[in-house]
Write a new protein. Structure first.
Length: 288
């Protein structure tokens, strides 16, 4: 465990992630403490803060410390707080899919995907519902030089159609069982181009920028041609040596760098309610 500017940092795994204590985010955060948190996020990519008693206005204030709010498409936000998505799986939603239950980075189909995501736990089941994260810096760096050279020249196509399209194979008829309100629109079928490898605007490090949900193919390739490469990269990125696990407790806040991580919400708590509040920080257009 290390300590800097009043906060303590305990790593969650060798690959990424850290637990932060010694700060109350419901109070005003000093510039030095905020700088220490941002430095820890740049190093560990995922930060989790236990015992943070945050009202929605507090969470929005904390989000604004990192930048402007991102845009939340397809998923209905809270009526009184349009910046917040209430992520809910009710106790009655059994034997069905959950929101975030596949490896992905948030809204990578946007021209400027979120830089960060903040998730605050409100109601947590007695077991299960953990969130897994993987490190996309290490996913790129652990590839062979030949594969890195190939990917450095590729453009990936991202689309929301698998989740939010008019014929979505992920949510499909599950929408009728879900407490969350999800919209299916023609907008979800639009495609966006991003480099397969991006350079982080803060650290200057390169990271792999693909994911299993929103990356459909490589530019100038068919989906069938792209699939073997994308499947290999996804399995490579999410190997057991490249992940950390966040075990949720009520009032816990987790912040992650969406540009160089993927995450996966476990769906292993049928019969119990899980409710969290999510905000995003608007990012920049990804660059190689």
């Amino acid at each position: 465990m290390s300590s800097e500017n009043g906060i303590s940092v305990q790593k969650l795994s060798g690959a990424l992630g850290a637990e932060i204590t010694g700060v109350d985010l419901a109070d005003e955060v000093s510039g030095e403490t905020l700088d220490a948190i941002k430095a820890a996020l740049a190093e560990h990519l995922v930060l989790t803060f236990p015992d943070q008693y945050l009202a929605p206005e507090d969470q929005k204030r904390v989000t604004r410390m990192f930048g402007e709010f991102g845009r939340e498409p397809f998923v209905r936000t809270m009526t009184d707080h349009p910046e917040i998505v209430e992520v809910i799986k009710d106790a009655t939603e059994t034997e069905t899919v959950n929101f975030g239950g596949q490896w992905h980075s948030d809204w990578s189909f946007q021209q400027a995907p979120p830089a960060m995501t903040l998730l605050h736990a409100k109601e947590i089941p007695p077991y299960g519902g953990d969130t897994l994260f993987c490190n996309m810096y290490r996913a790129y760096e652990m590839l062979s030089p030949g594969m890195r050279e190939l990917l450095d020249g590729l453009t990936a196509i991202h689309s929301a159609r698998r989740s939010y399209g008019l014929d979505s194979p992920i949510f499909g008829n599950a929408r009728d069982k879900m407490t969350m309100k999800i919209d299916s629109t023609a907008e979800a079928h639009e495609e966006t181009e991003h480099p397969a490898v991006i350079t982080h605007p803060v650290t200057g490090r390169k990271g792999l920028f693909i994911n299993a949900v929103y990356t459909t193919r490589f530019k100038d390739m068919t989906e069938a041609e792209s699939h073997p490469i994308l499947a290999f990269l996804q399995n490579h990125a999410t190997n057991e040596n490249n992940i950390c696990r966040v075990r949720w407790r009520p009032d816990q806040l987790t912040i992650w760098d969406n540009r160089v991580t993927q995450h996966f919400a476990m769906n292993d708590y049928d019969g119990y309610r899980r409710r969290l509040h999510r905000t995003t920080v608007r990012g920049d257009v990804p660059r190689n």
